[in-house]
Design a binder for this molecule. Structure first.
Ligand SMILES: Nc1ncnc2c1ncn2[C@@H]1O[C@H](COP(=O)(O)OP(=O)(O)O)[C@@H](O)[C@H]1O
Ligand SMILES: [Mg+2]
Length: 401
């Protein structure tokens, strides 16, 4: 499927979003008392993708009969309540740049907005359709915890580990899962000892027999700040670029023409998880960079990769192991690179792209039926986790005095 099909499929998209639940049906009536608040936008470079993901999720949940609030977070952390008619279908980039102009109410501070959401009865289930720092790295999840609000997806620790490519590799690599050879460089060390760092990278390149390296900021997404250093001479500039975004960089062995396989995992209970896929991305560029990810028609993808059954099984098994290893809940997308006949676990995305044409919902829909059913399942899982939480208010008598 290509991005070019975006416009043509708009019609079917709308039908699919609602899935099998129709307004007035029994299922829709039973959802009427359920409230959800979808958070979209946010202060990261993936703001515009998040708006498309969040709006589609909100439309789907509303279509299933839930009472849905749309909370737009602007680039300066202002929280706005948006009317459902602020955009139709797939919001164009920038339509919420002036939220008041399209009927938004706000801005409120995060604290004021969360306090008001927490005081409601019933409390809405929060669905953060936010990518990258703040929305996907445990920050907003910690705020939800502080206000004791139910929310969809990974908790604080899993979000933080999932966002950090270095921590993630240390964890799953340490557990024996296949990860590509990598090194970590801090900005402090880089500023003090460029020659020493470059010597170490050169030594590892010789060890693995590959001159090219992939340099990444440790805690970002959407390929922002990622550079392939094709020659030793390009390594310094690649590190400088990564340090524009983070104080920790990851330097990986470059994999030759990898196939990019992705798995959708859904569930809370580590013993009762579902894995869908692998799907495959075919980037139309040297690697799956920002342009390949977000320009219509550049890359192609399929929810079902054409690979041997045994490899598919292995990919799903490692995806489940990694999901369990970080203690993920709700849902996530696990990404793999397959190169030279070897499989490498690349990363976990705890809030993967969630537009109607994104791979995560397409893969999960192969088991759950439709985009809307996938959204509902994730809300169900959020509710279940919240209900199952061990919460105990202490009194002075409980303290070990
Ligand atoms: N070691 C590598 N060798 C070759 N290509 C890579 C390597 N690491 C990443 N890539 C390419 O860069 C893309 C983005 O890398 P990734 O680690 O997934 O960062 P992000 O979190 O920004 O998506 C991958 O989808 C792949 O195309
Ligand atoms: Mg990626």
């Amino acid at each position: 499927m290509t991005g070019e099909q975006t416009e043509q499929t708009e019609q079917t998209e709308q039908a699919d979003l609602v899935g099998r639940t129709r307004p007035g049906s029994e299922a829709a009536r039973s959802n009427e008392t359920r409230h959800a608040a979808v958070l979209l936008g946010g202060p990261s470079a993936e703001h515009d993708v998040s708006v498309v993901s969040g709006w589609a999720i909100a439309d789907a949940l509303a279509g299933a009969g839930l009472t849905v609030e749309r909370v737009y977070i602007d680039l300066l952390d202002g929280w706005w309540s948006m009317p459902a008619d602020a955009a139709k279908g797939r919001p164009k980039p920038g339509v919420f740049d002036d939220p008041a102009a399209v009927g938004g109410t706000g801005p409120r501070t995060p604290a004021a907005a969360l306090q008001e959401l927490a005081a409601r009865s019933p409390q809405p289930i929060l669905f953060p359709a936010l990518h990258g720092p703040f929305g996907e790295d445990g920050t907003i999840q910690a705020l939800f915890e502080a206000y004791q609000l139910p929310y969809a997806g990974a908790g604080v620790a899993a979000s933080a580990v999932g966002m950090d490519k270095a921590l993630f590799k240390r964890l799953v690599g340490g557990m024996g899962m296949p990860v590509v050879e990598w090194e970590e460089v801090t900005a402090a060390r880089w500023s003090q000892d460029r020659a020493g760092v470059l010597d170490e990278i050169e030594a590892s390149c010789r060890r693995v027999g590959e001159v090219r390296v992939m340099v990444k900021p440790a805690r970002l997404g959407s390929s922002v700040g990622l550079t392939i250093a094709h020659t030793p001479g390009e390594r310094g500039a690649a590190l400088d670029e990564a340090f524009r975004y983070d104080t920790l960089a990851v330097v990986e062995r470059y994999l030759e023409h990898p196939r990019e396989l992705e798995v959708a995992v859904v569930g809370n209970d580590p013993d009762a998880l579902e894995a869908f896929g692998p799907g495959e991305i075919m980037p139309g560029r040297e690697f799956y960079d920002y342009v390949a990810k977000y320009s219509d028609g550049v890359s192609e993808f399929t929810a079902s990769a054409d690979i041997p059954e045994a490899l598919g099984r292995q990919v799903r098994e490692i995806a489940l192991d990694a999901y369990r290893a970080v203690g993920c809940e709700g849902f996530a997308r696990l990404d793999f690179l397959y190169s030279g006949g070897k499989l490498y676990l690349s990363e976990i995305n705890t809030i993967p792209g969630f537009t109607p044409l994104s791979l995560f919902p397409l893969m999960a829909a192969t088991g759950h039926g439709s985009f809307g059913s996938v959204c509902l399942k994730i809300v169900d899982l959020a509710e279940q986790r919240h209900t199952g939480r061990v919460r105990r208010r202490l009194t002075p008598a409980d303290l070990p005095r």
